[in-house]
Design a protein around this ligand. Structure first.
Ligand code: SF4
Length: 349
């Protein structure tokens, strides 16, 4: 019978060997620059690798250094993030870049606590940076790594998962090992149908031995997605469209969008739309529904009817949260992905 120590050693060796042969050639894996790895790790939270690649390349081209990011216009940062979702990540990146310039001489700190103190850097990103960039022995638990470790050791609690994850990281090549775990989770140890016959650590896998591969993972206390209705208004004037900028806090913070918002219980869709149009509601008529789109944001599953609207006279737009934007400028504007989808129903190329 193998000891816990032996099992960990076999897993490390098999995984590192497998990763060396099979790892995908991704742009951030060629990067030596800590800043570039930080950007990649931030984009990869909640977003799939194939989606991230073009965003990563464009972002680094526009902001090649921490200093460039710190000095950039916020709208430009958001525009380059548009479509990647979880926009708070982009705003946090820029706040962290400013803090790094101010407090750390323009360089990512080499200390876990100092990294954790930066906006947007949680346990996962701090662990990824400490291990990949600074080669220190820290775990990096994203969803993929969590699933692999849970199955390998047939774990039932978050506490056990964190303890085993910390022990498992080897002193040499900790960054490669963490990436190997994540890579295995995203290409072999899949959530629904893991490809166990192709797995380099199948011989050590407790879940496979006991037939418990499909057991639920330890919960992180996430609440289930809510279904909501979110009517949107398309208001046009001489080849321009009316947009509103979202507040600096909350979901989609700082992004521009078609006016509209969440419907309350018992409220009609048009009443909700009028309420979300603030002072403009009385001067805007919802005329017809151009279509309905579906979209997910954090833990909301949204159904959004898109209304073509007519203006009654001049709209009293005085504040900077509102803007008439030329249709030709929409492409490079920091617009929410939901609004982009909605506009495709109304504006044909
Ligand atoms: S044997 Fe199967 S369940 Fe176990 S780690 Fe490998 S792919 Fe995942």
């Amino acid at each position: 019978m193998q000891s816990a120590h032996d099992k960990q050693r076999r897993i490390r060796r098999a995984l590192l060997r497998w990763y060396d042969r099979r790892r995908r050639d991704l742009p951030w894996r060629r990067a030596r620059n800590p800043y570039a790895i930080w950007i990649a790790e931030t984009m990869l939270q909640q977003t799939q690798v194939k989606t991230v690649v073009p965003y990563y390349l464009r972002f680094l081209e526009a902001f090649p250094t921490i200093e460039a990011l710190a000095k950039a216009r916020r709208d430009k940062v958001l525009a380059l993030w548009s479509g990647l979702g979880y926009y708070r990540r982009a705003l946090n990146l820029q706040s962290a870049a400013k803090k790094i310039i101010r407090d750390h001489g323009g360089k990512l700190p080499r200390d876990w606590r100092a990294l954790r103190a930066l906006p947007g850097i949680g346990d996962y990103t701090a662990g990824a940076l400490m291990s990949i960039v600074f080669r220190r022995r820290y775990p990096a638990l994203d969803g993929n790594a969590r699933r692999v470790i849970t199955r390998l050791f047939s774990l039932a609690t978050e506490h056990e998962l964190r303890r085993i994850a910390a022990e498992l990281v080897p002193p040499s090549h900790p960054g490669e090992f963490n990436q190997a775990l994540m890579e295995l989770g995203s290409t072999v140890c899949l959530p629904r149908n893991p490809l166990c016959p192709k797995c380099p650590v199948a011989a050590c896998c407790a879940a496979r031995k006991s037939g418990m591969v499909h057991r639920l993972l330890p919960s992180r206390g996430k609440s289930p997605a809510r279904k909501i209705d979110w009517p949107l208004a398309v208001i046009q004037k001489n080849g321009r469209i009316l947009l509103r900028r979202r507040p600096d806090s909350g979901i989609l913070a700082g992004l521009w969008e078609l006016p509209g918002g969440e419907k309350r219980n018992g409220e009609s869709l048009k009443a909700a739309l009028r309420r979300h149009l603030d002072g403009l509601g009385a001067r805007v008529m919802a005329e017809s529904v151009a279509g309905v789109i579906r979209h997910s944001i954090t833990n909301r599953n949204i159904r959004a009817p898109v209304y073509r609207c007519r203006r009654r006279g001049k709209l009293p737009i005085a504040n900077r949260q509102w803007r008439w934007l030329a249709l030709s400028a929409l492409e490079r504007y920091p617009l929410s992905a939901m609004s982009r989808k909605a506009l495709k129903l109304v504006i044909r190329p």
